[in-house]
Design a protein around this ligand. Structure first.
Ligand SMILES: Cc1cc2nc3c(=O)[nH]c(=O)nc-3n(C[C@H](O)[C@H](O)[C@H](O)COP(=O)(O)OP(=O)(O)OC[C@H]3O[C@@H](n4cnc5c(N)ncnc54)[C@H](O)[C@@H]3O)c2cc1C
Length: 193
């Protein structure tokens, strides 16, 4: 299992997988010699004594035990027929929406030394923060190039996270401009999701 560990994060060390968090899932599957299925959506669960049946978009699966680690609102839907009380409590758990806008630069004069910036509620900025991704994790951009991630929305301004792509990009640019560390440009770069 390949993990990137670099210094310079707020609490000292930042950690990430080289590829994605799927690395961990795949490693766990092979270490446990498990029958691993990924990319399969569970659409419903039924239960009879000693057995759960998972109804998926790729057929049914049977299991003795079931551990649900989906978001709470998904788990609520899946177990509603088995336990309406727990489903009701699960769906009361609130989630704050967040959108992430990424910018990639082949050339950027700013050295981007450090971690990035976080804004405070009292500062009333349109962005939650900007991570200098390629400074934190050097493998996130080709040699000499730089990558930033701008976080928008959260509990403070959930409506901003739900904007269309073009408005999100405008919000991200406004947030960066207000920090005055350089002038962002999206010329020639169509958004991709
Ligand atoms: C932009 C951003 C930055 C973050 N940065 C940090 C950070 O720096 N440090 C930190 O500690 N946390 C961070 N977090 C929070 C962290 O990502 C979450 O707390 C964490 O991922 C929650 O893990 P989880 O396993 O509970 O849920 P998730 O990671 O959301 O996993 C739920 C899984 O359920 C699957 N699923 C959903 N529905 C179904 C279905 N019907 N059938 C089958 N599978 C389904 C999904 O595909 C997903 O894989 C960040 C979150 C965001 C959005």
């Amino acid at each position: 299992m390949r993990i990137v560990i670099v210094g310079g994060g707020i609490s000292g060390l930042s950690t990430a997988f080289y590829v994605s968090v799927s690395t961990y899932i795949e490693h766990l599957g092979s270490a446990l010699d498990a029958d691993l299925r990924t990319g399969v959506a569970v659409e419903g669960v039924s239960h009879e004594p000693g057995r759960y049946t998972l109804h998926t978009d790729d057929g049914s699966l049977e299991a003795d035990r079931l551990v649900l680690v989906t978001p709470a609102y998904v788990a609520a839907d899946l177990i509603r027929d088995m336990d309406a009380g727990t489903a009701g409590r699960l769906e009361q758990i609130g989630y704050s929406p967040i959108s992430v806008v990424g910018f990639g630069y082949h050339r950027l004069e700013h050295p981007l030394n450090g971690f990035g910036l976080l804004t405070t509620a009292s500062a009333r900025k349109p962005v939650l923060g900007v991570l200098w991704d390629s400074a934190i994790f050097p493998d996130r951009a080709p040699q000499g190039a730089k990558v930033l991630r701008v976080m928008i929305g959260g509990q403070r301004q959930p409506e901003l996270a739900r904007q269309e792509d073009d408005r999100l990009i405008d919000t991200a640019i406004r947030g960066i401009r207000q920090r005055r560390f350089w002038e962002p440009s999206t010329a020639g770069a169509p958004p991709c999701r």
